[in-house]
Write a new protein. Structure first.
Length: 324
């Protein structure tokens, strides 16, 4: 079949799979039944060298979700893909979208048929553009604006260079039915309003090409982030002093490197949930002191400056002072 849209999707999948570090491991496709994931599943079934598995995550957020998940499994079976439904309970911080994403990714990790299996996700160029816009609106740093990666083990996103309209056309070319998720048109969700209101307006005002431009911006920022992360890793090897961090190494660099170094070291010490404010406080403490002063960080810990190094200790409420 001479199908331009399908050919584009298959080419994207073929290129992405060729770069996998474990190409012989069985693949797992995450499929919701929507056009993006159905087109991805069909292309993967056609391009894969071995058997393809699929996971259909039922978030149980809508009436009839169980039947929709079962219909998707049946559709995938027609493509030669072994699929199973994974029902999850959506709960946790950050609202419905964030909680659903968290439990979905956890279910997909568990569903992998092999520890080396890649999980193929149907994110498109349009999703990438929306992600960059969300980061801009929230005042996020370069790491967030760099968007989603093609490969971020175990997640493989072959379609980040493919438009959503292309996946829809590919499904139409194959005669495959696709599910229209009501949540994708629900204006209660920020991403929906970006998709249906903000991006179309930007396309009109800037005479088109906005989604592609945002995706290019993300790719350029990823290159910058990767380069800075590599430099940071080398500096961290020098700066470590037992369980502490040498101040003479930390302070002799521009803010972008200092704060990356502090984040990397704190992360390696098990500190999670760092915010820009935490890093600003840590940077001020490292650069200005005074000695024996401390700033609090997540996990009930305090970052302390003493004798030319930073170290962590349990938070002491009375003795902690923020640098001025």
């Amino acid at each position: 079949m001479n199908s331009p849209a399908l050919a584009e999707v298959r080419r994207a999948v073929r290129v992405a799979m060729a770069a996998l570090p474990h190409p012989d491991a069985p693949l797992l496709v995450a499929c919701s039944g929507g056009a993006d994931s159905v087109a991805l599943a069909a292309a993967t079934a056609a391009e894969a060298r071995g058997p393809v598995h699929a996971a259909v995550v039922d978030h149980d957020l809508q009436e009839g979700s169980a039947q929709q998940a079962a219909d998707t499994v049946e559709l995938l079976a027609g493509l030669g893909i072994t699929a199973a439904v994974h029902r999850v309970e959506v709960r946790g911080p950050g609202g419905t979208e964030a909680a659903a994403r968290h439990v979905r990714y956890a279910a997909l990790r568990t569903a992998r048929p092999d520890p080396e299996s890649a999980v193929l996700l149907g994110h498109t160029l349009d999703d990438q553009a929306e992600t960059v816009l969300l980061g801009l609106g929230r005042g996020s740093g370069a790491r967030s604006l760099a968007g989603m990666r093609d490969w971020d083990a175990p997640w493989l996103r072959p379609l980040l260079g493919v438009r959503r309209a292309t996946t829809e056309a590919a499904c139409a070319e194959l005669g495959l039915p696709v599910w229209q998720d009501p949540h994708n048109v629900d204006p209660r969700f920020t991403r929906v309003r970006l998709r249906r209101e903000v991006l179309p307006l930007l396309e009109e005002v800037l005479s088109g090409g906005v989604a592609e431009a945002l995706a290019r911006t993300a790719a350029q920022l990823r290159d910058d982030v990767d380069a800075l992360d590599a430099v940071t890793a080398d500096l961290l090897d020098v700066a470590r002093d037992g369980e502490g961090l040498r101040l003479d190494v930390v302070t002799n660099h521009p803010p972008a490197l200092r704060r990356r170094l502090l984040r990397a070291w704190l992360g390696g010490m098990g500190v999670t949930g760092l915010t820009a404010e935490h890093l600003r406080g840590a940077d001020l403490l490292a650069g200005r002191g005074p000695d024996r002063a401390g700033v609090t960080v997540p996990g009930g810990l305090e970052l302390v400056r003493e004798r030319g190094r930073l170290s962590l200790r349990p938070f002491r409420r009375r003795g902690a002072r923020s640098p001025r």
